[in-house]
Design a protein around this ligand. Structure first.
Ligand code: KG4
Ligand code: ZN
Length: 399
């Protein structure tokens, strides 16, 4: 199945082309091409992601990224004269009605009119290029920022209508979980997924690719969010997670102990598998407030102790979850796994807990569209193919 996928849930605009093969017990995914525009530099001045700005930037960059993908695909598919889409001849009611409709532009205009100039750009772009040889379009419908999600959804619906290709809605978090399949990794079930990003901190039980159950989650801030907030207190600009990690690493190398400043390990001994990071952030705030001066050494010290506290809690709760059930694999995903210290500590669970630990490739661990293609392919096996389905943005979309 060849999938064109679209991701606009937060501050990355992304489109990818991926070939996904689903057989009885195995799924393989080969990325053909991917394009991404990161809005981080634009949001920096606001100190976080600003939904109205994210929405505007998605509308501006989706056509630019799509053009790159279509140009690439056009040269590829010239060789491929015998292409037959997977759903050719399949007649859902919706497909039939669209096939017999001459003027779909009014409908496409209605979908795109909320974004200034998008309809005109869209029309110019799609009429200048061949219909790509793809079977399905996949788009993120949540969780995420609703204004941002809507732009991707409406753009995807317009493409589905114009090309007469089915569209499937996809869950962003499932995308993060299945991103490991982009690295030719198999998931052995039951699997435990630990998702750590700027918006989520979750432990999810997976009994199959379609059977998910959240067994633990944060009650307040997500891990990445707490890194970013602590960074801000130390005068580091958004997103400060990577910089805090760098300071902590430096402290470890220079043996600047974390003992001088002691931060709490919130909820580490709670009976459940939930997390809480807002107390940790507040503890950092009080520590800073009580200091007369923040020297470079103290900054390193705080970063070190903060990272250690986060790592201790995540490791403890993950181990506890692993001990509750005979999980065969642990999938760790989300932007925070760029953190090499946390990553190495989690990888060590292979030895101590006897579980296979899977990480996506570095480039697939932050938000991207290739992971949405894999999750979309799996989703499409559950429903009949539909052209222009009435998808809705759902900020808190459940699994
Ligand atoms: O998954 P992601 O790209 O976007 C969301 O869906 O949130 O994650 C971004 C988050 C940000 O909060 C960022 O500060 C954090 O991941 N992050 C890190 C590191 N690199 C990125 N946190 C700690 N250490 C890092 N090296
Ligand atoms: Zn994400």
């Amino acid at each position: 199945m060849k999938i064109l996928s679209i991701e606009t849930s937060c501050d990355e605009t992304a489109i990818a082309l991926v070939e996904v093969t689903i057989k009885e017990s195995s799924i393989t995914a080969d990325q053909i091409e991917s394009e991404l525009f990161s809005q981080i530099d634009i949001h920096k001045e606001f100190g976080g992601v600003f939904p109205a700005v994210a929405k505007r930037e998605h509308a501006k960059h989706l056509p630019i990224l799509l053009e790159k993908i279509l140009k690439f695909q056009e040269t590829r598919q010239r060789e491929d004269k015998d292409w037959i889409p997977a759903y050719a001849g399949m007649t859902t009611q919706k497909m039939d009605s669209y096939l017999h409709k001459n003027d779909i532009w009014k409908e496409i205009e209605a979908l795109l009119e909320r974004e200034v100039g998008l309809f005109e750009t869209f029309k110019k772009l799609v009429t200048a290029h061949e219909t790509p040889h793809i079977d399905t379009i996949a788009v993120t419908t949540g969780p995420g920022l609703e204004p941002a999600l809507w732009v991707g959804i409406n753009f995807a619906r317009a493409l589905s209508l114009y090309w007469n290709i089915p569209l499937v809605g996809t869950n962003h978090m499932k995308g993060h979980i299945f991103s490991v399949l982009l690295d030719q990794k198999e998931i052995n079930f039951p699997a435990l997924a630990l998702l750590i990003s700027g918006g989520h901190t979750e432990l999810v039980e997976l009994n199959s690719v379609t059977d998910f159950n959240i067994i633990g989650k944060t009650k307040d801030d997500a891990v990445g969010e707490s890194y970013d907030k602590v960074a801000r207190m130390l005068g580091i600009e958004y997103p400060g997670g990577p910089e805090i990690a760098k300071l902590a690493q430096e402290a470890r190398e220079k043996n600047i102990g974390s003992g001088d400043i002691r931060l709490p390990r919130p909820m580490i001994h709670s009976k459940d598998l939930d997390f809480s990071f807002s107390g940790l952030k507040t503890a950092v705030l009080y520590t800073i407030r009580d200091l007369s001066e923040i020297t470079p050494e103290i900054r390193m010290n705080i970063a070190h102790e903060f990272e250690q506290a986060v790592t201790d809690v995540i490791l403890y709760k993950t181990k506890k979850a692993l001990e509750q059930k005979g999980y065969k694999s642990l999938i760790v995903s989300g932007g925070v796994i760029a953190n090499t210290y946390l990553r190495s500590q989690l990888k060590a669970l292979e030895v101590t807990e006897g579980v296979e630990v899977l990480f996506p490739k570095f480039t697939d661990s932050t938000d991207n569209a290739q992971m949405i293609a894999v999750a979309g392919a799996i989703e499409s096996t559950k429903t009949a193919p539909i052209i222009n389905p009435e998808l809705r943005a759902q900020g808190n979309l459940p699994y």
